[in-house]
Ligand binder design. Structure first.
Ligand code: SF4
Length: 377
C-alpha cells in the first residue's frame, strides 16, 4: 500500500494547526536545545494557555497542545519574550537535526549557524525537506530522515551528501554556504514540474546525481543513541513521546539545558533522583513502543494510542528487542521506518501487521482490543 500523502504545510509558532484537542504549535528549538529558563517558561505557558501536554516529534521538535484562539496570542507573546519565536517565519522554514553531543562552537555548530543565517536565501523547498548535521567524531544520524547530510569524509574533511546517494562532495567552512545553496538550487531546478518530489531520495530514484556531487564516501564510524549515560550527560526518553508540563519543569529545574535529539530522546545534566516517569535505560520496555498522538488529540485518529501503549507496556506482552508502532490511522506520522509489530486504528478497531509500515496491508483487520491482545500473546 502506498504511503498516504503529507499535508502541504507544517505548524510553527507563527502558524498554529487545528487539532483534536485545540490549536497546536511546533517549536523548533534553535540548535536543538533550550536553556533551563526557556524550558521552565514553556512549561508554565503550556499549563496556563494550553492543556499541559507537549509532544516530542521524531525530528526533535517540541509541540505545545491544547491552545485556543484566545490563548494562542498570549502563548506567542510569551515565546517571543524568551527568544523562542521570531517576528517572521525564516527560522521555522529550516528543518535541522544536529548530532546529539555537538560541542558549542564546533564546526558542526558553525555549519548550523550558517544554515540558519542562509535560510532566507534558500529556494522554495518542500515542507519536509531537511538537513542533518552529523560531522562529529561519530555519525549518529545515518538512520534519521534528512535530505542533505553534512558529514566528514575519512580524512576529516567536511562533506555534503545528498540523501539516497552513497557518496557526497567535499566542502569547507569557507565555501559551505555557497555549496549548500548550489545543492539546493540543483534540487529545485531538477524537479519534476508537474509532480514535484518532496524528498531528495525520491528525486534520486528518478535522475542520476552529477558526478561532481558524488565523489567521496562519508566516514564509517556510526553510533546509535539510547537512554543511559554518555559523554558525561544523561540521555533519557519520554514514554510514547508525550511530555507533561510538570515533567518539563522537573527537567528544567535540574538541568542547565535540555537538548532535543533523535529517537525522541533528551540530553540533560546527570540528575541522581530522576523520577520513574522517564525512560532512563534502553532496557525499559516502554522504549520499544512508539505511539502517535491518537485520540483525542488528533482528529484523524479512531483509537487512543497513548492509553493502549501504556496498557500494552504494563501487560508484559511487549517483547524485548522488538519494536512496536501504535498508529491512530494508517498515515503513520510517528514512525517512518518499519516496525516489528504495527497496530493501526481503523473505525475504532485495530489492524495488526508485522515487519512493516502503518500504511501497509494488515495481516489481521478489525480486531477488538481483546482479540488484539490475544494475537500478541
Ligand atoms: S498517524 Fe496518528 S497523529 Fe498521524 S494523522 Fe494518524 S492518528 Fe493523527
Amino acid at each position: 500500500m502506498n504511503k498516504p500523502s503529507a499535508k502541504g504545510w507544517c505548524p510553527s509558532t507563527l502558524i498554529p494547526m487545528k487539532s483534536g484537542d485545540g490549536l497546536l504549535i511546533r517549536i523548533k528549538p534553535p540548535f536543538s536545545r533550550l536553556t533551563s529558563r526557556q524550558a521552565q517558561k514553556i512549561a508554565i505557558l503550556s499549563e496556563r494557555y494550553g492543556n499541559g501536554f507537549l509532544d516530542i516529534t521524531n525530528r526533535a521538535n517540541l509541540q505545545i497542545r491544547g491552545l485556543s484562539q484566545n490563548t494562542y496570542p498570549l502563548m506567542l507573546k510569551g515565546l517571543q519574550d524568551i527568544g523562542i519565536s521570531g517576528k517572521n517565519d525564516v527560522p521555522d522554514r529550516i528543518n535541522l537535526v544536529l548530532c546529539p553531543f555537538i560541542p558549542y562552537q564546533s564546526i558542526g555548530w558553525r555549519c548550523a549557524k550558517m544554515l540558519y543565517d542562509a535560510a532566507g536565501d534558500f529556494p522554495n523547498l518542500p515542507v519536509k525537506f531537511g538537513f542533518a548535521i552529523d560531522c562529529g567524531r561519530k555519525r549518529y544520524l545515518s538512520g534519521i530522515s534528512a535530505d542533505i547530510r553534512i558529514e566528514r569524509d575519512n580524512s576529516n574533511k567536511l562533506l555534503i551528501r545528498f540523501d539516497g546517494c552513497k557518496k557526497g562532495f567535499v566542502s569547507s567552512e569557507k565555501t559551505f554556504k555557497s555549496d549548500i545553496l548550489e545543492a539546493l538550487n540543483w534540487f529545485s531546478s531538477s524537479q519534476n514540474k508537474k509532480l514535484p518530489y518532496e524528498r531528495m531520495h525520491q528525486l534520486l530514484m528518478n535522475i542520476d546525481v552529477p558526478d561532481i556531487y558524488a565523489k567521496t564516501k562519508p566516514q564509517e564510524n556510526k553510533k546509535s543513541l539510547n537512554p543511559g549515560f554518555e559523554e558525561d550527560r544523561q540521555v533519557i526518553s519520554i514514554p510514547f513521546g508525550q511530555l507533561k508540563a510538570n515533567q518539563l519543569l522537573q527537567l528544567a529545574d535540574n538541568s542547565q539545558e535540555i537538548i532535543f535529539t533523535i529517537n525522541r530522546c533528551l540530553i540533560i545534566d546527570k540528575i541522581p533522583k530522576l523520577s520513574g516517569e522517564f525512560i532512563k535505560t534502553k532496557n525499559d520496555l516502554r522504549y520499544n513502543v512508539t505511539a502517535c498522538t491518537g485520540m483525542p488529540g488528533c482528529a484523524s485518529a479512531s483509537i487512543d494510542t497513548k492509553r493502549l501503549a501504556l496498557k500494552l507496556s504494563e501487560s508484559e506482552l511487549i517483547q524485548f528487542g522488538k519494536s512496536y508502532h501504535l498508529s491512530g490511522c494508517k498515515k503513520g506520522c510517528a514512525l517512518q521506518t518499519k516496525s516489528d509489530i504495527c497496530i493501526v486504528g481503523e473505525n475504532g478497531s485495530y489492524n495488526l501487521l508485522e515487519n512493516g509500515f502503518a500504511w501497509d496491508e494488515p495481516k489481521h483487520a478489525s480486531l477488538s482490543e481483546v482479540a488484539l491482545f490475544n494475537k500478541l500473546v
